[in-house]
Design a binder for this molecule. Sequence first.
Ligand SMILES: *Cc1c(COP(=O)(O)O)cnc(C)c1O
Length: 394
Amino acid sequence: MSAFDLELKTRLDAIRDAGLLRELRGVDSPQGPRIRLGGRELLNFSSNDYLGLANHPSLKEAAINAVEKFGAGAGASRLICGSLAPFHELEEALASFKGTEAALTFSTGYATALGTITALLGKDDIIILDRLVHASIVDAAKLSGAKLRIFAHNDLNDLEAKLRWAKESGHASRVLRHILVVTESIFSMDGDTAPLKEIVELKDKYGAWLMLDEAHATGLYGPHRRGLAEAVDGSDCIEIQMGTLGKALGASGGYICGSRALIDLLVNRARSFIFSTAPVPAAAAAANAGVKLVQSTEGRRLNELLWSRVGELHSSSSGAIIPIILGEESAALTAGAKLREQGLFVPAIRYPTVARGTARLRVTLTAAHSAKDVAELARALGDLKSEIANSKSP
Ligand SMILES: *Cc1c(COP(=O)(O)O)cnc(C)c1O
């Protein structure tokens, strides 16, 4: 083994010894309520395909048509070789869905956060993050060079303290400091909801900007399923609305919705947009079909189905993401393995996705699950909980 590989092997051993080794599991089926994993069919409670669109006939048809019409690849960055029609159609559909002036799409949600935050803020500015925001936002904030402050999860008092500090430090240094607050609508690993109305009031009070990551809310919340911003009637007060095209919308990619000025600036300054080949046209076409579907009566029906399934589980979580916090990394791995033995796939989530000591199973429900699937999950989770309770009692 080369010295290079020996060094990496040492690092991998350390990861394994800490119970944190991750391995890819091959799947030989489309995403759906049942997947073929390692040659076995498992009931799947792991995906963010909340409305069951990833394998929906209308998204597949849109992707196939886009391949026929526009080919498999995009050729280059959209600023270099021309910007293919499916991207523009998607962006118009997103802006109209979200009720904003304009929209811009990126290859992934990760690239969206990275490009957007670094385009808007620099070393003279301040970014204030909820402690539990997604890694893409943390990475983007670090890369921007801005001063970072973290507020305790969903804690409005702590957010206000950080905003007051930011405002005062701006006055003291006599440079124009822009302040950006970033939070998520529905937190990806905890499934709880940001107090968005109050956050909007606070950022307005201190003259800060707000970026809201609707990754787990788009397609799910609000009278027209536009997201949490719509649900609290706050859409017009949020400067930057971010989301992904790969969760409830069933395809892949990320988006920003907002003013025309915001989108024009991102086209000029977002490095993950400028210096990256456009996604395949099929991805944009599928996402566009997803946006259309969410707004249709079928979208409403799927949304209602999802909430019925969530209700049937009788968990303490009110949303489609249900964390079962187990603590130790090994406890989460063992619990996940037990469920797999019973034919259920529920991923164990460990550090660094969540904080040390808060390893968990993360259950996600989708509109594609049947009542019977949920009943089977409830039974298995009930068994697991009593087993854990028994092992703890002397
Ligand atoms: C998944 C996710 C992202 C990243 O989106 P991708 O399209 O998967 O890169 C960003 N933010 C949150 C909250 C997410 O859950």
